[in-house]
Write a protein that binds this ligand. Sequence first.
Ligand code: ZN
Ligand code: ZN
Length: 239
Amino acid sequence: MSSVLVRTGQKLSSLLERQGKCPDRRELIAEIHDFLAMLEGIKPVFLHGRSLAPKDWINEVLEIAQDLGLHIIKGPFWDALSYTAFPNWYADHCRNELQPYRAWYICKDDTVAETILGINRAGGHLTVSEEARLLGYPECCVQAHYKRSQRYHRGALAILKRVAGGNENKMRKLLASQAQLVPVTQEEIDDFEIAFDIYEAKFGSWNLCHACECETDTRSEVLSKQYFEMVQKAKLEID
Ligand SMILES: [Zn+2]
Ligand SMILES: [Zn+2]
């Protein structure tokens, strides 16, 4: 009898192979790692359905979670971004854009499920450290994710301001019209460069902060090692 970990790994692997030549393969593999890491207790919550994964993938992973008797909680996209640096109309626009989306938060533990429900009741608002703890990602890397996001919004606002000649009504209209934001000034270019400067972890779907990318003995290194050992234990043969 193979373990639940191995059997689940097999189910997810064959689901991956059925996707054929999928452009998101790398992302789907990272999701398999995340799912199994949650099953192994390396991370409390597996975040599902937030990527651009195909619909049948999303549904079949949900079925696998259901068969395992896991908590499956549908809710708004979590967002730990601090909007205080932005004008209210801009912050409202960002929140409204996220508002229609739904993801599934999957976990084993009853207490964790309660915490998820609480966050979802609060509209998906949580702190960076809460998000890091629940998703099981290094806090430095989650922090860096939101810092990149801040830089993106700062750049976007600077572009809007420049194009609209500082007129707030025009800025709002431009934003609502989904106008393409093209960085021109050095500051705008720097903001966008930093915003999209992403290093992916080898396993799992978190992005590395600069320290985790460049230095040794980091939180990401420890977590990557846990993921690596879990992948061995699950006898996963995908790449
Ligand atoms: Zn880090
Ligand atoms: Zn570096």
